[in-house]
Design a protein around this ligand. Structure first.
Ligand code: PCA
Length: 215
């Protein structure tokens, strides 16, 4: 059986019920499209997160890594295309650290592209009647950091490694006026499962379908 790692994040700032961590916990121990799924809930802590992620990758040697996090305001789940070697935090982490223009990895490459089949995942969502898109920036906070780190650390040949940002769930949505765009957690979970199964099943090059943006 091929191993997969799924991660989500715990609470931070206004996101006290982070759906990404909840979904990761639900998927832990499941078998999805021939993948043996192990999950970790990562701390929103720029120092601690490195060791938790490195330990998971080292012990599991996963062939598929799907990192998830919540992105309040996003209209639908988004597969991230690129991770940059920059930490420029717009809000503090849970240990009150605010790195500004610091690298994720000293001396590392400027960026890594996702090795997930990003277009095939979006296509899989649409075939299931669910909205989703390719995003060209994962930001400069913890989600970008773990995406960059996972790409940097995962040495399994041919591994599929990338990140999916999730919108908030309806309960969180109505805490803002006007409400943020939201998707029920069951639907988000299904979309993370589809990201895993498409990553396991899609062979060869990614689909050549448009997913770019003007800005
Ligand atoms: N979202 C944040 C970090 C943790 C999370 O769930 C982000 O998008 O960077």
């Amino acid at each position: 059986m091929t191993r997969a790692l799924v991660t989500g994040f715990g609470a931070y700032a206004t996101e006290t019920d982070n759906p990404s961590g909840l979904i990761a916990q639900r998927l832990d121990g499941q078998q999805i499209a021939g993948l043996d799924v192990a999950a970790r809930v990562l701390p929103v802590d720029t120092e601690l997160v490195h060791d938790v992620l490195a330990e998971a990758i080292e012990s599991l040697q996963p062939a598929v890594v799907v990192l998830t996090g919540v992105a309040p305001g996003r209209t639908a789940p988004a597969v991230e295309r690129v991770a940059v070697n920059v930490r420029d935090f717009p809000i503090p982490d849970t240990a009150q650290r605010v790195p500004i223009d610091e690298p994720v990895v000293d001396g590392g490459p400027a960026a890594y592209l996702s090795t997930l089949p990003v277009k095939a995942i979006v296509d899989g969502w649409r075939r299931a009647g669910l909205a989703g898109y390719v995003s060209n920036t994962a930001g400069t906070y913890l989600c970008n950091q773990v995406f960059y780190l996972a790409r940097h650390l995962c040495r399994v040949p041919g591994a599929r490694v990338g990140m999916v940002h999730l919108p908030v769930t309806p309960a969180r949505s109505t805490a803002s006026t006007p409400p943020l765009p939201s998707v029920p957690v069951e639907v988000l979970e299904h979309q993370v499962r589809l990201a895993l199964s498409v990553s396991a099943e899609h062979q060869g090059d990614d689909l050549r379908i448009g997913g770019g943006a003007i800005s």
